[in-house]
Structure formats: C-alpha cells, structure tokens
Design a protein around this ligand. Structure first.
Ligand code: ADP
Length: 514
C-alpha cells in the first residue's frame, strides 16, 4: 500500500507545489491513503488524481444538491455543479499547486497530495468561513457549512421564531433591539416601522402606554437593562383587560452576558378560568359552611323543646298515677313545646317546598284588618312582658291571596319582634293604605340589626351576628319564607333598623281592584 503525504512548505503545513511532472496513479489502492490524509486535515472534499470525487463531508454534500445521489467516482465539476468556483479551485491542486480561494464568503484551502515517490494521488480542499462571519454562527461545527446551507438554516430559524406563540424581543447591553418576532408586535400593537430605530427605550415607552401599572412595568424592565443572571417570571396586566405572562432571562455568548431575552405569553383565558375556579371553590366552601352551621342549629333547635316536653309529660304521668288529675299548667307547657317543634318542622318543610317550587297559595279575597286583628289578639297572649299596639283604618283593605299564608307572615314578624326584644318594650302593628297597596308594619324596640347584615336577612339560613343561637333560637328560615310568600302576592318585604334601638319590618300587598 502506498503511503500518502503532503509536501510541506514553510510553517503553514498546508499544501505545497509538488513536482510538475507528477504521474497519475491508477486503481483504488490509493483511496484509503487519500482518505486518511484528507480526514486528518479536516478536508471537506477529496478528489483523486483524475479529478473524481473520493469523499465529501455532510455539509458540502448538502450544499451540492439533492441528497442521496452517489458522488464517489464522478467528476468533481459535475458533482459541484452548484459550486463551480470550488471545482475550479481544485484544478491547480491537481496540477500539484496549493492555493487559497475565496468566494461567496467561504474560503477554500486546496492542496495536492503525493505519495512517497512524489506521485500525485489527488487533492483535498478544506473549507472555512472568513473570520468576520465566524461570530454569527453558533458553536458546534457550522464553520464548514456552505453559504446555501447557512441561508437555509437562517430561514428555518426565522420561520420558527415567527411562528411561536410567545412574543419575543432581545435587547443588548446598549439597549438596542437585536431581534423580535411578529407575535411581539401583535401583542403590543406595534409595527415594523416603529422598530426601525431599534431603540429599546422607545419600544418600552410605547408598550407602557397600554399597561395598567406603567411605572412598575418600566422600572422593572429598566432594572434588567443592566446585565443580570436573574430569570424572572412576572404578570403584566393590560388596560384592555388582557393578561400577559412575561419571562425574561439573560442572553449569553460564550460565558458572557450580552443582553436579555423577554418573552410574552397571553394568559388571559387561563387566569380567568383560574379566578372562576377559585370563586366556585369559595362559593362551594361557603355553601358547605352554611349547611354545616344549619345542621348544628337545626339539631339544637329541634332538641331544645324535647327536654321540657319530656319533663312535663313525666310529671303528668306521675300525677296521673298519684290520682292527682292532669295539671293544666303542664299540659299547656307541653302543648307549647309541641307547637314550637311543629313550627320548626313546618319551616323546614316550607323551605324545601319553596326550593322545589311546590309551595302553593290559595287565591281568595282577604280583608287585611280582620286578619291582622285576629293575629294580634292571639299573639298578645303569647308575651306577658311586651305591650302590643295595633292601629288600622276603618275602611276594609281587601287583597287577593292566601289568608293562612298572610297570617303566617304577620305571626312570624310579631314572634321575631318579641324574641328580639328580650327586655320587653312596645310592639306596634300598623295596617294602612298606600295608593293601590295595603301596607303592614311591625315595629319593636329590641336589639336591632347591624347595617351590613340587613340586606341578607331574607336569605335562607341567615341569622344576624348580634343574634347568637345561645340567646335567641331560630333556624334563619322565617324571613326567607315570609319574603317568598309576600313576593308571590305581588308585594315586597323589607326592614328598617338601628342597631340597639329596634327594627321595623314592613310589607305591602296590592289591593284587589273593585
Ligand atoms: P330566626 O328563626 O333565626 O329568627 P328569621 O328568618 O325569622 O330566623 O330571622 C332571620 C334573622 O334576622 C334572625 O336570626 C335575626 O338575626 C334577625 N331578625 C329577625 N327579626 C328581627 C328583629 N325583629 N329584631 C332584630 N333582629 C331580627
């Protein structure tokens, strides 16, 4: 096997003119020698003494045209039809002369290869980008790529940059915009023309015009114009309601920071969905809390009348056994507790009927004074330490509706007036005419209701915070039911109250047209 070598000249170690009368060897036995020498020299192209391609590296293969066609053994001029200058540059080397050729920003070092006897075996070419363009390509061996391949890669990168969902801008340490993509312009409503001067400060001021908190927005970005290792992820709210997530990180070259990359992603829908989920969660938690409170109050309220009821019944049994006859007082007390339990159970039933839309009302003429008079007379008896005043006009106020349900409303309002006036006082019931409505009010001098709680009184299970269950029993259902009944009669129920001074509950019902 022949041993291939190059003729050395000076200190360059690259190519040297060999004897002009070099002989062309024939046969494939020269190929391994050519290959090993060419590869040691990092050659991109190796041809034999006849100008036939022996080997090309991948980048050059790529640049020469469609992949997959075999090039071995074909004339270099044909294989390099797209790079004729390089084929041309090989000629002197095949005549024993080394040289350097430059074209389209690419340098080719060509040199002949001889065997020990000085016979020309072939030639190699090593390709290199000129120094000035070295910095523009990433590390990792692109230096031997043909310009077509670089242009191709550049276009791939550009297309990728413009197709990503994030808006990206890159700013160098001189506050110059070194790159940005279309999405960045779209997000910030900017145009290519606005970016012509590449002034990052100007872009920042323009963008700040559209954000909710421009001062913190600009100061945060200006801080990061200084070189910093920091990677930040922040949220930017825009005046038009959009929400952006901003990520920024240093741009490095070699080990040094040379600028910063900012990317913006629209997260409006994500954040809104998140806020909605949180709201629903809070509501669900509140509903669970209300339910739990209600269950404990309901259990307490339903149990309370049972103890005295049991006690009174035990006494009745004992006295009966002693032949003492039933004591009217114990019977009354037992009946009172039974009616309290009945009231609680009825409220629960009414509430579930209202919820399911099953609460039905009768529909007939009701003279309000008669109804109110009956209720007031009966209720008067239920509290010894309240004074009850009743006032109503002479001429009958007739409404169309359900007398029992309207009486239930008045009873409930009066019971509350007694219950929430633990120190007694006067309870005033008034019936009056107001235009085409009958107006009924129940006024007490009791504990009153905190202002911020008044709007909630007619909600299911609501109990004001100044009415602790230990002091004032109740399920928080009465007013909810009353409100529903009044509304279904075409009227309105509301309250006026001063904390510590008393409350007035009022409701209206439309008068029947005569
Ligand atoms: P409850 O059974 O708890 O009394 P209601 O629905 O009748 O339920 O009343 C709801 C809440 O409204 C009560 O828990 C109480 O805090 C408040 N309230 C009702 N009436 C009065 C009143 N006359 N004075 C003060 N607070 C009242």
């Amino acid at each position: 096997m022949s041993k291939a070598h190059i003729h050395e000249e000076g200190r360059s170690g690259w190519g040297a003119p060999g004897p002009a009368e070099a002989r062309h060897p024939s046969g494939a036995d020269v190929v391994p020698g050519l290959l090993s020498l060419g590869q040691a020299l990092q050659a991109a192209l190796i041809v034999d003494a006849y100008g036939r391609v022996v080997w090309m590296d991948d980048a050059l293969t790529h640049a020469t045209g469609p992949q997959g066609e075999p090039f071995q053994g074909r004339p270099v001029a044909a294989v390099l039809a797209r790079l004729p200058w390089l084929a041309q540059a090989m000629r002197p080397a095949l005549q024993g002369k080394a040289g350097v050729h430059e074209e389209s920003g690419l340098k080719a070092f060509v040199l002949p290869v001889f065997d020990e006897q000085g016979t020309l075996l072939g030639a190699c070419a090593r390709l290199q980008l000129p120094e000035s363009s070295m910095g523009q390509v990433a590390e990792g061996g692109l230096t031997r790529h043909a310009p077509e391949s670089l242009a191709h890669m550049n276009s791939v990168l550009r297309a990728t940059f413009d197709s990503i969902a994030e808006g990206v801008i890159v700013v160098d340490l001189n506050k110059r915009v070194t790159a940005f993509n279309k999405r960045f312009l779209d997000i910030w409503g900017l145009t290519e023309e606005m970016m012509v001067d590449r002034d990052a400060e100007r872009v920042l001021v323009r963008a700040a015009g559209g954000v909710k908190h421009p001062e913190s927005f600009t100061s945060r970005i200006r801080e990061r114009f200084e070189p910093s290792e920091q990677v930040d992820v922040e949220t930017v709210e825009l005046l038009d309601g959009r929400i952006l997530e901003r990520k920024s990180l240093p741009q490095r070259m070699g080990g040094a920071i040379i600028g910063r990359v900012w990317s913006y992603r629209e997260v409006t829908a994500e954040r809104q969905a998140e806020a909605e989920r949180e709201r629903l969660l809070r509501e669900a938690q509140e509903a669970i809390r209300v339910r739990d409170d209600f269950l404990s109050i309901a259990a307490h309220e339903l149990k309370t009348p049972l103890t005295p009821l049991k006690l009174h019944l035990q006494m009745l049994r004992q006295r009966g056994a002693e032949g003492d006859g039933a004591s009217a007082r114990h019977v009354d007390k037992s009946l009172m507790q039974v009616s309290r339990l009945t009231g609680l159970v009825n409220d629960l039933l009414d509430t579930s009927r209202i919820q399911e839309g099953r609460l039905t009302l009768k529909h007939g003429p009701v003279v309000l004074q008669e109804l109110a008079h009956d209720v007031v007379s009966e209720m008067r008896l239920s509290s010894a330490h309240h004074r009850v005043e009743y006032e109503a006009p002479e001429s009958p106020l007739v409404v169309l509706g359900d007398a029992d349900r309207l009486a239930q409303v008045l009873v409930n309002l009066m019971e509350n007036a007694f219950k929430y006036s633990p120190s007694g006082g006067t309870v005033r019931v008034r019936v009056a005419r107001e235009d085409r409505h009958a107006h009924v009010s129940v006024q007490d001098e009791g504990i009153g209701i905190p202002r911020d709680q008044q709007a909630h009184l007619f909600e299911r299970f609501f109990r004001a915070r100044n009415a602790p269950i230990s002091g004032f029993g109740g399920l928080g259902l009465g007013l909810y039911i009353c409100g529903d009944i009044v509304e279904r009669h075409g009227g309105r129920l509301w309250v006026e109250s001063v904390l510590g001074h008393g409350s007035t509950f009022r409701f209206t019902v439309p008068l029947a047209s005569t």
